[in-house]
Design a protein around this ligand. Structure first.
Ligand code: SF4
Ligand code: SF4
Length: 107
C-alpha cells in the first residue's frame, strides 16, 4: 500500500526531504503523497521514513491503494528506471548560472 497524509498535517516539512522516492510534495493546503511514487520505502529502508519522523502521526496507509509487497518492489524497480520528471522536486536549490560559490571579501 502507498501511504497518505491526513488533514492533521501541520506542514512542518520534516517528511518531504527524507522520502527516497520524492513522493511527498506540498499540496494546495497540506503535504501530499503521490501513491504512484510511494513504495512504503521498500527498496530503501526497513521502515517508512516519513512515518518514523512525522511529529503528529498523520501518515496512515492509503485505504484505496492496496498493494502487495511484490507490487511495491515492482514499483521500486520502475522508479529506478524512470527518468526524473520536471515535477520531481530538485534535491538541491538551483544556483544561478555563473553565480560564485562564495561571496568575495569586501563585497
Ligand atoms: S513511505 Fe517512504 S516512499 Fe512512501 S512517502 Fe513515506 S518516505 Fe516516501
Ligand atoms: S512530517 Fe507529518 S506533519 Fe510534517 S509535513 Fe509531513 S505529514 Fe505533515
Amino acid at each position: 500500500m502507498a501511504l497518505t497524509i491526513t488533514d492533521e498535517c501541520i506542514n512542518c516539512d520534516v517528511c518531504a526531504p527524507v522520502c527516497p522516492n520524492q513522493a511527498i510534495t506540498m499540496g494546495p493546503q497540506i503535504y501530499e503523497i503521490d501513491p504512484q511514487r510511494c513504495t512504503e520505502c521498500v527498496g530503501h529502508f526497513e521502515e517508512p521514513q516519513c512515518v518514523q519522523l512525522c511529529p503528529v502521526a498523520c501518515i496512515p496507509l492509503h485505504p484505496q491503494w492496496v498493494e502487495s509487497q511484490e507490487s511495491l518492489w515492482q514499483k521500486y524497480h520502475r522508479l529506478q528506471l524512470a527518468p526524473v520528471t520536471a515535477t520531481t522536486p530538485p534535491l538541491l536549490p538551483p544556483r544561478p548560472c555563473g553565480a560564485p560559490l562564495l561571496a568575495k571579501e569586501g563585497s
